[in-house]
Design a protein. Structure first.
Length: 488
C-alpha cells in the first residue's frame, strides 16, 4: 500500500519534500516487511514545526509481510498515540536511533516484539517506523530467516541514516522482483554468501548446476551467458557488482530472469548488496507472443488493404472497357465502396490496437468524394467521432460513404451547395447526421420501396451490422439523414 499526501494530517511539520520522501519509502517498504517477517506501521509526529515538541503521533501507513502471518488483522491507519504512550517511538524520534531489545508484549494471542526505526531525511527525523514481529517464531529461526533479518537490519540502519529509499529508485513498479521470488546476498566484493531456495531454483533452470556460495555472482551470469555469444555493453560482473542500484534482464537459451541489485551501505562504506531474482521466462514469452500477434494482425490489415486496392484497380480497368453508362456507373460505385473499406484497413494496419480514430477516416472519405464533384461545395462538421472498434468502423465507413455520395448525387442545390455533418456521442451511443441543402426526398419516399442500391446498403448495414436506426427527414430547406447506433 502507499501513503497518500491526503492521509497525512495537516497538524504536522512535514514539508512537501518530507511528504514525498515518505511516499517513496512506503512505495518500497514491502521489501522491509518481507525481510523482517514483520508488520510495519509508519508514525508521523503531530506538531506545528520541528522546534515544537510533538503532542503525539498518527499512523499514516501499514504494511503486512508476505513471508509471515500478520500481527494486526485490523487496519491501523489513522490510529493516534499521545506523547509518552509508546516510549520506544518517543525515543526513536528524540534520539534518532533504532530502538531494539524491547520486551515482548501480548497482542491478542501472540507474543509480539516491537522495534522502532527513525526515518531520517535532510538531517531531520521526519517519522518513525514501528516493526512488530512474532517473538515465538524468532526463537527457531532457519538460515533463510537469519539472513533475511540481518539484511533487514542493514536496510533499517540505512533508513535511520537517510540512505534508503535510494534516490532515483527504479524498482517501484508492481512487476519488480520481490523477496519471495528469490534472493541472493553478496559481500562487498560481489561474492555470494547466501542464496534462497527460489534463487537457487531460478539459476538452476538457467543452467547453473553447482553450488552458488563463494562464487562471484557476475561471473556466474557470464558463465551462463557464454553459449549465446552476444555482444553486451557491460560485463555482468560490472553490472552486478553491487556498487549501485541496477535492474536488468538476464537471458540465455534456457530462460529469462529479472534481476534487481540493491546496494547495502553503512555510513559512507559499501558493505554488500542483495539481488532479487524473478524467473520471468513464461511472462516474457507471453509478452513476445502478444507482440508477434499484434504485428501479425497489423500485417493482415495491410495485406487486406493492398488486396482491396488491387480489386479497385481491376474494377477501374473493367469500367474503361464498358460502353453501357449504367454498367459503368455501377462499377464506379463498387470502386468507391471498396475504397472506403480499404481506408479502414489502412488505418488499422498502423494502429497498435483493433480500434481506429474515425475522424481521420471521415476526412478521407469526404476528400475522396469531393474530389469527384464538379461543383464547389461548402463543408462543415460539428462534433467528433472519436474511437471505434474495427467491427463498427468498417460498416460505419460504408454507411457514411453512401450518405455523402447520395447527397452529392441527388441532394445538393445547383448553387451554394453545403454539406454538413453533426456528431453527438455519449459513452453508450452515437448519433450522426449528414445534412444537405438539396431539393429533398419525394413525398412518398419509403426505405423498403426505394430502388436506390446505396440507400438499401445503408439500411442493411445500419440494422444488421451497427444494430442501429436511420431516418431521412426534411427540415426547412435541408435534408437530414440521421444515424443512431449503440457503441460496442
Amino acid at each position: 500500500m502507499s501513503a497518500r499526501n491526503d492521509q497525512i494530517p495537516t497538524q504536522t511539520a512535514l514539508s512537501q519534500a518530507d511528504r514525498d520522501r515518505l511516499s517513496e519509502l512506503v512505495a518500497e517498504w514491502q521489501l522491509l516487511a518481507d525481510l523482517s517477517f514483520a508488520d510495519l506501521i509508519l508514525w508521523v509526529p503531530k506538531r506545528r514545526d520541528y522546534i515544537t515538541w510533538p503532542e503525539g503521533y498518527v499512523a499514516i501507513a501499514h504494511i503486512r509481510p508476505t513471508t509471515a502471518a500478520t500481527v494486526f488483522t485490523q487496519d491501523v491507519i489513522g490510529r493516534e498515540l499521545t506523547w509518552g504512550e509508546n516510549p520506544r517511538i518517543d525515543r526513536a524520534l528524540a534520539q534518532g536511533e533504532i530502538v531494539r531489545d524491547s520486551q515482548p508484549e501480548l497482542v491478542g494471542d501472540l507474543l509480539i516484539k516491537e522495534e522502532t526505526v527513525p526515518v531520517l531525511y535532510q538531517e531531520r527525523v521526519i517519522a518513525v517506523i514501528s516493526r512488530h514481529r512474532d517473538a515465538v517464531q524468532m526463537r527457531s529461526a532457519s538460515r533463510l530467516e537469519i539472513n533475511y533479518r540481518e539484511i533487514a537490519h542493514n536496510i533499517y540502519r540505512m533508513v535511520s541514516e537517510g540512505a534508503f529509499p535510494i534516490q532515483n529508485s527504479i524498482y517501484r513498479a508492481e512487476s519488480a522482483p520481490r523477496v519471495g521470488d528469490g534472493l541472493i546476498r553478496l559481500d562487498a566484493a560481489g561474492n555470494i554468501t547466501y542464496a534462497s531456495p527460489n534463487a537457487r531454483s531460478a539459476l538452476s533452470r538457467a543452467g547453473w548446476d553447482a553450488e552458488l556460495e563463494n562464487h562471484i555472482f557476475g561471473e556466474v551470469l557470464e558463465t551462463l551467458s557464454k553459449s549465446l555469444k552476444q555482444a553486451t555493453d557491460e560485463r555482468w560482473r560490472t553490472v552486478m557488482n553491487g556498487e549501485q542500484l541496477r535492474r536488468a534482464d538476464f537471458e540465455n537459451e534456457l530462460g529469462i530472469m529479472d534481476l534487481l541489485i540493491i546496494p547495502l551501505t553503512q555510513g559512507q562504506d559499501r558493505i554488500g548488496a542483495i539481488v532479487l531474482i524473478h524467473n520471468v521466462t513464461e511472462l516474457r514469452r507471453r509478452d513476445q507472443a502478444l507482440v508477434t500477434k499484434d504485428a501479425t494482425i497489423r500485417e493482415i490489415h495491410h495485406r487486406v488493404k493492398n488486396n482491396l486496392q488491387t480489386v479497385s484497380a481491376l474494377l477501374r480497368l473493367q469500367s474503361r472497357r464498358v460502353e453501357d453508362p449504367t454498367a459503368s456507373a455501377a462499377l464506379a460505385e463498387a470502386i468507391r465502396r471498396v475504397a472506403s473499406i480499404a481506408i479502414v484497413h489502412e488505418t488499422l494496419s498502423t494502429s497498435s490496437t483493433e480500434t481506429v480514430a474515425f475522424d481521420e477516416i471521415y476526412d478521407r472519405i469526404v476528400y475522396n468524394a469531393i474530389e469527384l464533384s464538379s461543383r464547389p461545395i461548402t463543408l462543415a462538421k460539428e462534433g467528433t467521432f472519436g474511437i471505434f472498434s474495427a467491427q463498427q468502423a468498417t460498416p460505419l465507413a460504408l454507411v457514411i460513404t453512401e450518405l455523402i455520395h447520395n447527397s452529392l448525387e441527388h441532394g445538393l442545390a445547383e448553387t451554394g451547395d453545403t454539406l454538413r455533418a453533426e456528431i453527438s456521442r455519449t459513452a453508450d451511443s452515437c448519433t450522426i447526421s449528414i445534412i444537405d441543402n438539396g431539393g429533398g426526398l419525394p413525398e412518398d419516399f419509403e426505405w423498403e420501396q426505394s430502388s436506390n442500391l446505396g440507400l438499401q446498403i445503408v439500411l442493411t448495414l445500419t440494422e444488421n451490422e451497427l444494430k442501429g436506426t436511420i431516418s431521412l427527414t426534411r427540415v426547412g430547406d435541408q435534408t437530414w439523414a440521421t444515424l443512431n447506433f449503440p457503441i460496442r
